[in-house]
Design a protein around this ligand. Structure first.
Ligand code: SF4
Length: 399
């Protein structure tokens, strides 16, 4: 809701992934403070990564009622009612903070957080400072949460985490993704399981084998590459080389020949010269993938990269971004044309109406547009691609 509307509680979930999100977080708190000036009985509660990393700078902004650490979000209500101001630092986080829910509000797919925290300390990343060490939701709790949402009609489940591949590392029972995924697939009501971003080194031969044996897994993977320059991968403390990355994605695509593969790339990492950027472009040209998520590098105080020389100027970063996005569009078009040529069947859940079409995001992470009179929001459909339309595919129902 907007801050101009009166409220009993303003709850602000801050983010610190870039300097821009820091700014937006501070701005939201300032607006809440202005609203509180009009309505002094309102409470302002701040949580999330920006406040976890910078609690003192939140207090400097004004009279915030409560700052809740990132591992106590499930206790916000009891903290307000008991006036509990305790605050854990990240090194005190020990267990996954379970937050059960029975609705995703307007979403047709259910996002299930199964993992939190990361201790990889990539040179540019502030996440370990805001989220702490890896923690996993127990398999019992994951199953319970999915059952609750499946009983309420959700059919697509997106499994997410800060560093998803670390799932289970902290659990005593030796649980991991390989043994969790088949259990989720066996649950009635589950039609589609999608994995959120997975670090490349976790795509081992045995995990790929498990994934290939699943019937309900979305043909869509998202892997952070970040740079196609080996020199930058080393300086950013990424633990793979470009050749290893190629091998991993080739194994994955051999098991899922029609899958969509998305990659994260950071433009303008410290030390990214024109030559090293060209290495990234050359590497990507030759790689089989579907689209890029491109992020500009943002200096994060407290990280190794923030103190590195050779920071890249904004104009060069923008140039690199536009070249990457142009390549991404070409790769996506090639992929869509291939789906049409092969008449690949795609599945998905109808999210709603757009223009004259029913629309949704398919298992292959493609927006589909369907002209079909008898469709219903939330229905699970099997489709054949007809032609490219806007950002996705016009489709027909499978016979
Ligand atoms: S693995 Fe991901 S979350 Fe962890 S430090 Fe690296 S970029 Fe950040």
């Amino acid at each position: 809701m907007d801050f101009i509307q009166p409220a009993d509680v303003y709850l602000i979930n801050t983010c610190s992934v870039t300097s821009r999100t820091d700014y937006k977080s501070r701005n939201a708190i300032r607006k809440a403070l202005q609203a509180k000036a009009e309505n002094p009985a309102a409470k302002i509660i701040v949580t999330g990564c920006y406040s976890q990393i910078n609690p003192s700078s939140i207090r400097e902004l004004g009279e915030v009622d409560l700052i809740v650490d990132n591992n106590s979000k499930s206790s916000i209500f009891s903290k307000i009612t008991t006036n509990d101001h305790s605050f854990q630092t990240v090194d005190q986080f020990s267990e996954f903070d379970d937050m059960d829910t029975f609705t995703m509000f307007e979403h047709t797919r259910a996002f299930i957080k199964i993992q939190d925290g990361c201790d990889f300390f990539c040179a540019y990343c502030t996440v370990p400072l805001g989220r702490g060490k890896p923690r996993s939701r127990t398999p019992e709790k994951v199953i319970e949460q999915i059952r609750t949402l499946a009983d309420r009609g959700y059919r697509e489940f997106v499994l997410g985490g800060v560093n998803l591949g670390l799932y289970g590392r902290d659990l005593p029972s030796g649980q991991n993704l390989e043994n969790l995924l088949p259990v989720i697939e066996a649950l009635s009501g589950v039609k589609l399981i999608r994995l959120s971003s997975l670090e490349p080194q976790f795509l081992t031969a045995s995990l790929i084998q498990v994934l290939a044996g699943m019937q309900k897994l979305a043909r869509h993977f998202h892997i952070p590459l970040q740079s196609g320059s080996d020199q930058l991968l080393i300086s950013m403390k990424r633990h793979y080389s470009t050749s290893r990355f190629s091998e991993i994605t080739a194994s994955l695509m051999a098991a899922f020949p029609d899958a969509a593969l998305g990659l994260d790339i950071i433009a303008g990492l410290p030390g990214e010269t024109d030559r090293l950027f060209q290495e990234t472009m050359d590497f990507l040209q030759d790689l089989k993938f579907t689209y890029l998520h491109v992020f500009p590098y943002s200096i994060r105080p407290g990280t190794l990269a923030a103190g590195m020389p050779d920071q890249v100027n904004g104009n060069t970063v923008n140039l690199h971004i536009s070249r990457l996005l142009e390549l991404s569009s070409r790769k996506k078009e090639t992929y869509l044309k291939q789906l049409i040529a092969d008449q690949t069947a795609i599945t998905g859940i109808v999210e709603g109406r757009e223009k004259d079409y029913w629309t949704g995001v398919s298992d292959h992470y493609i927006r589909f547009y369907l002209q079909e009179a008898g469709c219903l929001k939330g229905s699970y459909v099997r489709l054949k691609p007809e032609k490219i339309l806007d950002d996705g595919l016009e489709v027909r129902l499978c016979d």
